[in-house]
Structure formats: C-alpha cells, structure tokens
Design a protein around this ligand. Structure first.
Ligand code: HEC
Length: 123
C-alpha cells in the first residue's frame, strides 16, 4: 500500500509542477494553436474529413473549408461551440473587420447552416 501512496504523490507533484517547454521551442516560433502530438495509435483527426482539415462531413463542409481556411487554420473553426447568434456575428465581423469576401446570401446561408448544425453550443 505504501508504494502506491508514493506513486500517487509523485504523479500529483508532476501534474502540479507541469512540464515547461524547452526554451528553444518557445524561441523558434512555438505555435500554441498547433495540435498536440497524438498518442501513438491515435488518429490525429478523430472526426471529420481529412480533405477538409477535419471538418465534419455534411452539406456546406466544402464551402466552409474553402471560405474559412483562406486566413487561418480550420482548427480555429473546429474547436468552437458557439451560439447561433455568435456565428451570425462572427460572419459579419469576418467581412467587416477582417476583409473576408462577401460571398453572397446563398453562400452565407450554406456555411452558417453548416456551422450552426455541427459547431453550435445550442444542439
Ligand atoms: C479575411 C480573413 C479571414 C477569413 C476569410 C476568415 N477569417 Fe476567421 N478570423 C480572421 C482573423 C484575422 C481572426 C482573428 C484571429 C485572432 O484572434 O488573432 C479570425 C478569428 C476567427 C475565429 C475566432 C474568433 C474568436 O472569438 O476568437 C473564428 C471562430 C473564425 N475566425 C471563424 C471563421 C469562419 C467560420 C470563417 C469562414 C466563414 C472565417 N473565420 C474566415 C480572419 C478571417
């Protein structure tokens, strides 16, 4: 029993201390948005279509991929669970503040329906 307590203490200390990144990694453009290394045998992209950088398959996935990967990683999209209103807002923000092309009403509808269906906090 004693050794199990010791082991538990060691694990707790390691977890609290954390594992600091080597200084070299931080100096050479360390990117916190980069996906962490998958465990051996685990898929790097457990869900979604690898052709579309892991977006969940469905109507609108392709449009979303091409529209939204122009400026940043699709991971930024995939990791979100936003309200419908927040997606509407972000669409306008991306156009008005970031210079995203306004693809028109049909494209807007396609992509926002897709995002609200698959990356919403409301369903
Ligand atoms: C014209 C360039 C551009 C395009 C195209 C674009 N974005 Fe962005 N997006 C940005 C910028 C710039 C940011 C801010 C990144 C940052 O936080 O530094 C951003 C941030 C985001 C964020 C994070 C917002 C937050 O609250 O932190 C989400 C989600 C997002 N974009 C989704 C999308 C989606 C979905 C699309 C496609 C419909 C898209 N973006 C297309 C430029 C763009």
């Amino acid at each position: 029993m004693y050794y199990r307590l010791l082991l538990k203490a060691a694990i707790t200390i390691a977890a609290v201390a954390g594992f600091s990144l080597p200084a070299a990694a931080q100096a050479t453009g360390y990117d916190p948005m980069r996906p962490v290394m998958p465990l051996p045998g685990a898929s790097a992209q457990p869900e979604g279509n690898p052709e579309f950088d892991g977006l969940i398959d469905g109507p609108g996935a392709e449009e979303t991929f091409y529209m939204c990967s122009a400026c940043h990683s699709i991971a930024l999209v995939r990791q979100q669970r936003l309200t419908d209103a927040r997606w509407d807002y972000l669409w306008r923000w991306m156009i008005e503040e970031q210079g995203m092309a306004d693809g028109g009403e049909e494209l807007r509808e396609t992509i926002l329906s897709y995002l609200k269906k698959h990356y919403s906090s409301e369903r």
